[in-house]
Every structure is written in C-alpha cells, then in structure tokens.
Design a protein around this ligand. Sequence first.
Ligand SMILES: [Zn+2]
Length: 287
Amino acid sequence: MLGTLLMRLIFYVLPSAIFLLFDSAAPTLSASVKQYNELALPARKGGFRGRPTWWKVAGFSTLNVLLGLALQFSIEFLFTKILRMSSVIRISMALPMPWRVVRDIGLGLCLREIIQYYAHRFILHPSRVSRYTAANEPWLQLSKWHQSWQHSVSVPYSFSANYDHPAAWAIWRWLPVFLPAVFFRFHLLTWYIYIALVSLDEAFTYSGYTGLPSFFIWRSIARMQGKHLISGGAGNYAPIGIMDWIHDTTVGEDIVDRAKSELMAGQNNRTVRSRSRSKNRNRAGRH
Ligand SMILES: [Zn+2]
C-alpha cells in the first residue's frame, strides 16, 4: 500500500504540483507552450462561469488519489482478512519474467482503454441513452456530477485529470485502472510499474503543454484529452483513443491519423538530418 502511495505521489502529485508552480511562476512563458494558451493557466482570474479555483482542483484531485488507495486497501482487507482468500495483487518473492511484466502491462492498458471508454461514454455522458430513460433516473446523477465537477474545468491542467465527484471518479478513473490488475492478477512489481505509467500518463496528457516529449503518440493523446473537455464531452472518452477510433467518437483528428502524421514527421526529420550531415561531410571534404 505504501508503495502504491509513493508511486502516485512521485509520478502524479509531484509532477502536477511542479507544472502548477511553473504555470503560476512564469504565466507568460507557460501560456506560450500551452495548447489553449492563457485560457489553460490554472490561476487565471475570470474565464468560464463556475470554473473551480486551482486549489480546489488540486485538493480534490489529491483526495481522490487517496480515496483510490483507501478503496484498494478495503478490497485487499476484505479478500485477505475477512474472506481468507489470497491478495488480489499477487505478492510473491519470485520476480516475474520481464516479458511477462511487459505483456501484463500491455494487456492492462488495453483493458483500461475498454473499461474507461464504456464507463465514461455511457455512464457519465449518457446523452444517447437518456433519450430513452426518465431524466430523473438515479444513475443519471453520476453524469450530472461529472458535468458539474470534471467538466467545470473546461481546459485541462495536470491536477484536473483526477478532479471529479468521488463517485464519478471511482467509476471512470479508479475502476478502469484497478480492475485489469485484478483480472490479470498482476504481480506486485508489475502493479508498481503499471501505476507509475498511468500516473505519468495522467500528469502529462492533462498538462496542456504542446511541447511534450512526443514519445510516438503521447502528444496527440494530450490534445485529445484537451478536446474532450473543451468540447463539453462530445467525444474522446478513452485514455488512448483507440476505442474512440473504433466507435467513431473522436473529436478532431483520430489516433490512427495522428500516429501516421507522427511517423511521417519522424521520417521527414530523419531525412533532413541525414541530408544536412552529408552536406557537412561534402563541405569538410572540399576544405
Ligand atoms: Zn467527460
């Protein structure tokens, strides 16, 4: 449990706090590298009506992270102490093989993509479903909370990734991350690497910075998350965007087109670099 807390603090809370500090200490510089410029500054005055203050977003975001740990602890306690079953996360002294760690994390991220897509789209943005149900259905409350909490931020910054009503947050943020670990019975080491990756993903893709290290499609995923908020939840429900591409719910350029353009850009850069290297060699040869 302490390990999970450390992973969340080091890889989500700390980078989010550093980004928040940078946004506040150097707003002009920060706005120049943000997707939505000064609109995305957390401490900006005015803006969208009902926009929560940065300290409220940072506070509730951190509280939700702690709530996730409490939920995980309760489930572990129920399984090991009350039901006398084995721990949901596999704890063993034998270390897993590296290929098994990579495979489990890959499978975990795929299942997270699927669960988060359906939970986010149909439970928290049920516009298509609600046409056939009474508007006062109790389960629609979750969607109202998601709108009035998460979507009140409008333009993303790292702490907004986990800013939501705790019940809505548990449905679309906590369950999609935790369930794959239970389903695939992650080893504790795999769980730590997986939770560190998810935490970094949340901190960076919601940061709003356009100059993110491009690590293939990471920058594109960040743009998609921004568009989910700025469009008021019209699409981009999944964390990576593959499910949005399958269901045609992408707002803006879809993940496959983005991946193609990133690949093309990478190829063009390599060609330009090799051309300039050969020019330099020719010049050096003439001297
Ligand atoms: Zn949403």
